[in-house]
Design a protein around this ligand. Structure first.
Ligand code: AMP
Ligand code: MG
Length: 321
């Protein structure tokens, strides 16, 4: 087998660009199977599809428990877990607020204060009742909704990698709209090199490069999705305590973890919490590394990345944490 031969494809799927680069005999087959799985996850976990598990849960809030798929249960359980870990900065019941801001729709707008206040009463992930044995979910309060937009893509990435492994793949790279997963190492035995996007620069301009093997690299930032009203920028990550786009000192939060669902469920709240609180959160967790960029353009990274993360701008210094 020529180990340098690879199969690469790009698709527009689940609302984002997916790039797969897979080495090995069975690469094309694995890529197609992975895409099918991503579509399946989107079908179950989309906020916008009427027949998704998420929509069924949302339309039955305050009334019925709904039987859903086991993948959906898993993602909701993980979301609750990271809700606890982030002390509520990650909260999938922020959905009514996300909806009132029109995030991901054609009609983005600043909601009224009173609309935000009344929706805030619906935000609390502790009100998600889960029956793990029966695969049932109920939202306790009428009007409550969940949105898996801050985590489902991470689960999808992990599933893709699982499919690669099941198909005998030892070396692969997948980019799901900025969530990067590296399976194994490159066929030449070197680590994969992942560029960490600079939020203040054009796309493809990097603050630095992380070298990784068997890792997921996930970034949350205000630059990824936003709208402008009355000369003011409003981004898509909501502080569940205020109902407004978060206003921390961070402009991007990158998490490097073994799997991308962890990266997703930590990068979104880290961005909300800001540098100091995020450092405290990350330091308590095993196997989780982070790279933060603050508004004043300083870079902070966990010290275990010393050998594997380098800045593009050599005149700058990393503040190791
Ligand atoms: P990400 O791009 O992974 O940081 O996730 C952002 C998406 O997650 C938004 O587009 C919303 O759909 C949803 N979201 C926004 N704020 C939060 C939050 N504080 N906790 C959980 N999900 C959120
Ligand atoms: Mg996320």
């Amino acid at each position: 087998m020529n180990t340098l031969k690879y199969y690469e494809r790009q698709d527009l799927l689940i609302g984002t660009f997916i790039t797969q680069r897979i080495y090995g005999e069975n690469a094309e087959n694995a890529a197609i199977k992975a895409l099918k799985e991503l579509e399946y996850i989107e079908e179950k976990m989309s906020f916008f599809r009427k027949d998704s598990d998420v929509s069924k849960i949302n339309s039955n809030s305050g009334e019925n428990s709904v039987r859903v798929n086991k993948d959906t249960i898993h993602v909701i359980l993980q979301a609750k877990k990271y809700g606890n870990i982030s002390q509520g900065a990650f909260d999938i019941t922020v959905a009514p607020i996300v909806k009132s801001w029109g995030i991901f729709t054609q009609s983005q707008k600043v909601p009224s204060d009173s609309e935000i206040k009344s929706n805030l009463k619906l935000v609390d992930y502790n009100y998600i009742e889960i029956d793990e044995k029966q695969y049932c979910v109920k939202l306790r309060k009428k009007g409550q909704m969940i949105d898996l937009g801050g985590i489902a893509k991470g689960y999808a990435g992990d599933k893709a990698v699982q499919i690669y492994k099941e198909n005998g793949i030892k070396s692969a790279f997948i980019n799901l709209g900025g969530d990067i997963l590296a399976l194994g190492e490159k066929p030449n035995g070197l680590a994969w090199k992942v560029g960490i996007q600079n939020p203040n620069m054009d796309i493809d301009s990097y603050i630095g490069i992380a070298s990784v093997k068997d890792k997921a690299v996930v970034t949350s930032g205000a630059y990824q999705r936003y709208f402008v009203q009355d000369n003011q920028k409003y981004h898509h990550i909501i502080d569940p305590r205020t109902g407004y786009p978060s206003q921390s000192d961070l402009i991007s939060a990158t998490i490097i973890a073994d799997i991308s669902i962890i990266g997703e469920a930590l990068s979104t709240p880290a961005f909300v919490m800001g540098l100091e609180e995020s450092i405290k959160m990350i330091k308590k967790l095993d196997g989780v590394e982070a790279i933060f960029m603050t508004k004043d353009e300083n870079i902070h990274a966990t010290s275990r990345l010393l050998k594997s993360f380098t800045l593009s701008d050599k005149s700058k210094k990393i503040n190791w944490i």
